[in-house]
Design a protein around this ligand. Structure first.
Ligand code: ZN
Length: 395
């Protein structure tokens, strides 16, 4: 360091400042955002929620307002068909009522919104295990699903109405004492006869790796929902002060990202039946490799604005390259370096915050520098399986 010429100090200083700043530019807004894929729109949805029309604590309009605050594209309010603890105060003879109230309220709100909220008619068929709790969305008439003494009839009726049917919280400890999701013969029958189309891998505060295994093995659509009964803000600790925060990872409800041909009820339904989903839950993205791969590649890119070669070494032959990564999504990315390169300012584990840029100084040792190679430790594509991400370098 003794012989460093002043010119190099001048060159070094802005670089140092830049790399420090790269660590602290993460921005957060309450409305969640994920980029579209090449051929599909990325729609943010929550298809399992409750209101006072079963055991929820709020009027349906509150669910609409929460969804708008969170930037969602579509919701379904799936009250328990059979479980009506508020019936002394709210008689609820028409189980479609929650949908009617919510969709009419959303229609009025949508007039003033750039991003419209779609409300889908749904209900939760609430049975002991098996089959446990089953959600049916895109139904025409909720009342016809109500069969108190037969667990199969409601599911069959939902299918008659061409509903999308998914299994809720298959690992719920109240119905699975070991907390492990597993198929009973009843579920196998439903799957075999194409009466069950999806499964919650995430429900409320819980993630089930075994449910993910079942989804992948039986080609069920991967779902994540809030199953909210009280307030979204309280349960998921969502900061709601209207501010943009630096450098924090805020709470959010679990959502299902639906990769849809367009933003319409028909589009969403087609995507769900085709299994084009991913789940965003806590700091995790969970889904089939095909869609997680596309989503991560759209979210995290090499931002070529940064200099690739600064050449500040005394002999002018630095082989250290600076690459700026840019994350435009609301998910963080926890990267594990799989390449032979080492980094100047970090270990092999790099945490890229949501909505941030991050400059990596890569020690190439003068070898051909063609791609970065990571395992994305919070992008889950199967039990104990994480997305491998190759990022080609092009000047
Ligand atoms: Zn529920």
């Amino acid at each position: 360091m003794i012989n460093i010429k002043p010119i190099f100090l001048i060159l070094l200083f802005p670089l140092y400042v830049t790399s420090i700043q790269a660590q602290v530019t993460s921005k957060y807004e309450r409305k969640m955002f994920f980029p579209d894929l090449d051929n599909y729109k990325t729609l943010l949805t929550d298809f399992h929620q409750h209101t006072v029309f079963s055991d929820g604590k709020v009027w349906p309009s509150i669910r609409v307002e929460e969804a708008i605050k969170d930037g969602l594209d579509a919701i379904s309010l799936t009250d328990h068909l059979e479980y009506q603890p508020h019936s002394q105060d709210i008689e609820n003879p028409d189980r479609n009522r929650v949908y009617i109230i919510a969709s009419q309220f959303a229609e009025r709100q949508n007039k003033n919104l750039e991003k419209k909220l779609i409300v889908i008619n749904g209900q939760e068929i609430t049975r002991s295990m098996p089959p446990g709790h089953i959600n049916a969305i895109f139904i025409n008439d909720a009342n016809k699903l109500l069969h108190e003494n037969d667990s199969l009839k409601g599911i069959e009726e939902a299918n008659k109405q061409n509903a999308f049917v998914f299994w809720n919280h298959p690992a719920w400890p109240a119905q699975r004492s070991d907390g492990i999701a597993k198929l009973d013969d009843f579920h196998k029958y439903l799957i075999k006869n194409n009466l069950l189309h999806g499964i919650e891998v995430v429900n409320e505060l819980y993630y089930s790796e075994e449910a993910l295994q079942i989804a992948l093995e039986h080609n069920l659509t991967i779902m994540g929902t809030s199953d909210i009964h009280g307030l979204i803000d309280w349960l998921f600790k969502v900061p709601d002060d209207g501010e943009i925060h630096d450098n924090i990872l805020p709470g959010h409800r679990p959502i299902t990202l639906v990769f849809s041909k367009d933003k319409s009820k028909e589009g969403i339904k087609e995507a769900l039946f085709s299994g084009r989903t991913a789940v965003f839950y806590n700091e995790l993205l969970i889904g089939k490799e095909e869609y997680i791969n596309q989503l991560v590649k759209k979210s995290l890119t090499i931002d070529n604005i940064g200099d690739l070669e600064l050449g500040y070494s005394e002999d002018g032959k630095s082989t250290i390259k600076n690459v700026r990564l840019k994350n435009i999504s609301d998910a963080p990315f926890l990267l594990k370096n799989l390449s032979e390169y080492t980094f100047e300012t970090s270990s092999d584990i790099i945490n890229i915050k949501p909505n941030s840029t991050h400059t990596l100084s890569i020690k190439t040792r003068g070898k051909p520098f063609k791609e970065l190679n990571f395992e994305v430790l919070n992008a889950i594509i199967g039990p104990k399986k994480y997305l491998k991400l190759k990022m080609p370098i092009s000047k």
